[in-house]
Every structure is written in C-alpha cells, then in structure tokens.
Design a protein around this ligand. Structure first.
Ligand code: MN
Length: 285
C-alpha cells in the first residue's frame, strides 16, 4: 500500500486511480495536526480494515491534491552519514577523515522542522559564498517502537520506505558549523511522494533510486551497496534510544552528489516507491 499525506494533513492511500482519503479511519483525526500521522502509523494494523473500506470510494485525482511530507512531524529524524563506499571516496578531502563511515559514526540527526513535502520548493538561504548540495536517499519509516532490537528482528519494526533529499550546506576551510545545523535549514529535507509499506516493498536491500538534476542523471544507488544495511541501522540506533512509530531514518546518499542553485529542478525516483520532482528556489525571507 502507498500511504500519503495531503492538503490539510489528510491521510491518503494512493493507487492507479488517484488518492483515497482514509483520514476517517482514525477517529481522532483533525485537520492540520501533522503529528497524528504518527498515531495512524502506530495503529495501522488495527485500522487497516477501516482503511480498506474507505478505499472502496471513488478516488480523488492526484492532480487535485497537494501532497505533503508523508511523515510531517516524526519524533526522531535520524540520518546515516557516509553509508556508501563510492560516496565516502568522493567526500574524502571534504570530510575530516577518509576512514569515517556510518560503520564508525552511527547516525546524526536533522531537525524535524527541516522536513518539507514533495510539492514544496527547496529554498536556499542567501549565502552566496557557500555551496549547497543535494543527496538523494531512501528513508526508512518506523512502524512500531524499537528499543534494543537485534538486527534479525529489526525489519518487524519497519512501516515502509520513502524518498528523501538530504540537502546540505557544505563546510569550507573557514566555516565549520555542526552538520546538524548545515543540514537543517527550512525545506532541506524534502520527503515523499508517499510511503510504500514494507509488505509491498519487500526486502529493503532490493530498493534502488535514481536522481536527475535538470534532466541529467546524477545518482544511481541500490541499498545492496550500503555499508551498514537497514536491519543493522535500526538495531544500532535502537541501542541508543527507542525508535518510535513514524520515526524517519534516512539511509545515506550514493555517489554523485553535487551543487544546486536556484532555478534547478531535482527529480528522484525509486521503482518501488515513486517519483518526486522538487524545484530549487531562493529563500524569500
Ligand atoms: Mn545524507
């Protein structure tokens, strides 16, 4: 199943005909309460019959809704640094050490407030001396609490997978801000277009993505190439703190990251998930 969030934080199921509004499956649902999506995800198994019943109605054409980030307000938003060998190689010289990867570094966090939706532009702040890069990634959405979970049971805690752009302001010799800050500007985490649930997505190592800038293919990645795979990511993070339903953990970027400027268009696609087209603009404030 493909789970989306749209308009005033309605919850939807996407199929070939369009999008079904299934918000009513959650009795407590109210408009513009983005954190309610976390409860929907946590109770999804119990809500599933009501969700499927609502899918009997005529769907709304996708063109008639505005898609939002499929998890607008996770409690924890984690990210894997340098989780592909080829990307690690291309970053050597930019990063402090060539041997640091997700294996040694674990996770970092991005501010939840940096999350934006597939219909929102990436807004670059006015810092002409700085370079802003895209990183195309597949993100894991947690389905139920994971505390101290061994890798062999980690996938039982996955709700599904979505696409994520981990936007970054690069360091320079003179500017050495914390990674969390450089990656947490407003709109620096476009997420979408929706979540493909784990039962439909299957083995996460079979997931792949491609990313284009202005129509030119820049990144091709497959989760088979991860240094720390999805079960290990979840297991290791859950040993640090409990992961909660709706938490987002992005798996890291394959090689081919590069600079973007206002006016560029980024497209990212995964066969099992979908496609997201995001424009790059200058921030107006
Ligand atoms: Mn990244």
């Amino acid at each position: 199943m493909k789970i989306a969030v749209f308009d005033d934080c309605r919850i939807g199921v996407v199929n070939a005909g369009g999008i079904h509004d299934v918000s009513a499956a959650l009795a407590a649902w109210q408009p513009n309460r983005p954190w309610m999506v976390n409860e929907f995800i946590e109770r999804f198994d119990e809500l599933r019959p009501a969700v499927l019943k609502l899918c009997d109605e005529v769907p709304i054409p996708l063109a008639d809704v505005r898609l939002r980030a499929p998890v607008p307000r996770p409690i924890n938003f984690l990210a894997a640094p340098l989780n592909y060998r080829a990307h690690q190689s291309e970053m050597t010289g930019v990063m402090s050490s060539g041997i640091d990867t997700a294996e040694r570094l674990g996770f970092f966090v991005k501010a939840v407030g940096s999350i934006s939706g597939p219909a929102d532009a990436i807004e670059l702040p006015n810092r002409p001396e700085r370079r802003f890069d895209y990183e195309g990634e597949i993100a894991v959405v947690i389905g139920r609490r994971a505390a101290g979970v061994p890798a062999e049971r980690a996938l039982e805690h996955v709700f599904g997978y979505t696409l994520l752009l981990d936007m970054t302001m690069r360091m320079t010799e003179d500017h050495r801000e914390e990674r969390t800050m450089r990656k947490s500007f407003s709109t620096f985490s476009p997420m979408g277009p929706w979540i493909t649930t784990h039962d439909e997505a299957g083995d996460p190592s079979a997931l792949s993505l491609r990313l284009w800038v202005n129509g030119e293919l820049r990144q091709t990645g497959a989760l088979t190439d991860l240094i720390v795979n999805v079960p290990e990511m979840i297991s290791r993070a859950s040993a640090v703190l409990p992961l909660e339903a709706g938490d987002v953990y992005t798996t890291g970027s394959p090689a081919g990251v590069g600079q973007i400027v206002p006016g560029d268009v980024i497209e990212v696609e995964s066969p099992s998930i979908g496609r997201m087209r995001v424009e790059v603009a200058a921030r107006a404030w």
